[in-house]
Design a protein around this ligand. Structure first.
Ligand code: P6P
Length: 333
């Protein structure tokens, strides 16, 4: 497809590759894109409205909810809950499954999302993002059950993210490669800007909060020490924005690895499996990269609870396999 193709036209062309397609999927993603435009508008003017700062409550993870977190969560729900394509939703901002109301038609898809990841960065105008994954309902009956959501990441039909940065980008995969669209604010459309995105097999950048260095296990410390050139060799560059989607997106385009390891304080790390690690893992594998918990591929992890966390090592394949080797050898290197 040519640069400048609209997201909807691209979806329709992709849909034609699946003879049995009903158009439901295209319609759902189109509504999600509309939600993203609304969120982008608010994020980009956050300092002007009364929408900065904390909402005065904590989320299921005990984190301060920002007003924009709630706005993004409600916007996504409002845009897709009536479409008739969904049986239910899971969001970082909601403890339980969001069941589609009785008076709405229910569908065969499930939406899992982090409405605004990195939202604490908004007050300082740093890029933030929305992350989403879509599964097919697997249990009988119309209503969504926990079993429907606790599928392995490898079963996802689709995954994507929005990056509200210097430009607003939508990046997604439906298993046929990774494609990026840039929002043209004058037209109000996401236009194709990065078709068939692939990640370098090895990068020269690592993204990690090394303020936690002395909380890490020795293998992680040794790995980061070696990336810094402790044993000689040219060091990697350290780039850490503190916003997963922004760090991931840069590494997708330029190569590199993002790490959020488990540590003495948080053995399972910080990031959530269902709606942060799994969608980005689907994307990075489709782009030729790798995503691991340190001991297994993220997409092969059998989820147990909706909001469970996982250590996350994601990006260029050789870099991720390198840190897995350090972990496997127990830091003897
Ligand atoms: P830390 C933001 O809260 C987030 O979930 C990711 O977007 C980001 O990469 C990470 O946490 C930052 O965490 O502990 O480095 O502040």
């Amino acid at each position: 497809m040519y640069k400048g193709t609209t997201f909807t036209r691209f979806l329709i062309a992709e849909q034609r590759k699946f003879p049995g397609a009903t158009g439901e999927f295209t319609s759902l993603l189109t509504e999600l894109a509309t939600a993203a435009k609304i969120i982008a508008h608010e994020v980009n003017r956050a300092g002007l409205g009364n929408i900065l700062g904390a909402a005065g409550r904590t989320n299921v993870q005990g984190e301060q909810v920002q007003k924009l977190d709630e706005f993004a969560n409600e916007t996504i729900i409002r845009m897709v809950d009536h479409t008739g394509h969904l049986a239910g939703m899971v969001s970082e901002e909601m403890e339980d499954i969001f069941h589609i109301q009785e008076h709405h038609l229910r569908g065969k898809y499930l939406l899992l999302f982090d409405p605004l990841d990195g939202s604490s960065n908004i007050d300082v105008s740093v890029g933030v993002g929305t992350i989403f994954g879509i599964h097919r309902k697997i249990t009988p009956g119309e209503d969504a059950t926990p079993e429907d959501f606790l599928q392995k990441g490898r079963a996802q039909l689709c995954a994507g993210y929005l990056l509200y940065g210097s430009s607003t980008m939508l990046v997604y995969t439906a298993g046929q490669g990774v494609h990026g669209f840039t929002l043209d604010p004058n037209v109000g459309e996401f236009l194709l800007s990065h078709e068939q995105m692939t990640i370098m097999k090895r990068g020269k950048t690592f993204s990690v909060n090394d303020g936690r260095y002395f909380l890490w296990d020795h293998p992680i410390r040794h790995y980061i020490d070696d990336l810094r050139g402790k044993e000689g060799g040219s060091p990697y560059s350290s780039r850490y924005i503190g916003s997963l989607v922004a760090d991931f997106h840069r590494n997708l385009l330029k190569g590199g690895i993002y790490l959020y390891p488990g540590d003495r304080e948080s053995p399972s790390g910080k990031l959530r499996l269902l709606y942060e690690a799994n969608p980005l893992a689907f994307i990075v594998e489709q782009a030729g990269g790798r995503a691991s918990s340190g001991t297994e591929a993220i997409l092969d992890i059998q989820p147990i609870t909706l909001h469970q966390r996982t250590p996350l090592f994601i990006g260029s394949e050789e870099d991720v396999r390198m840190v897995e080797a350090y972990i496997k050898e127990g830091g003897k290197r």
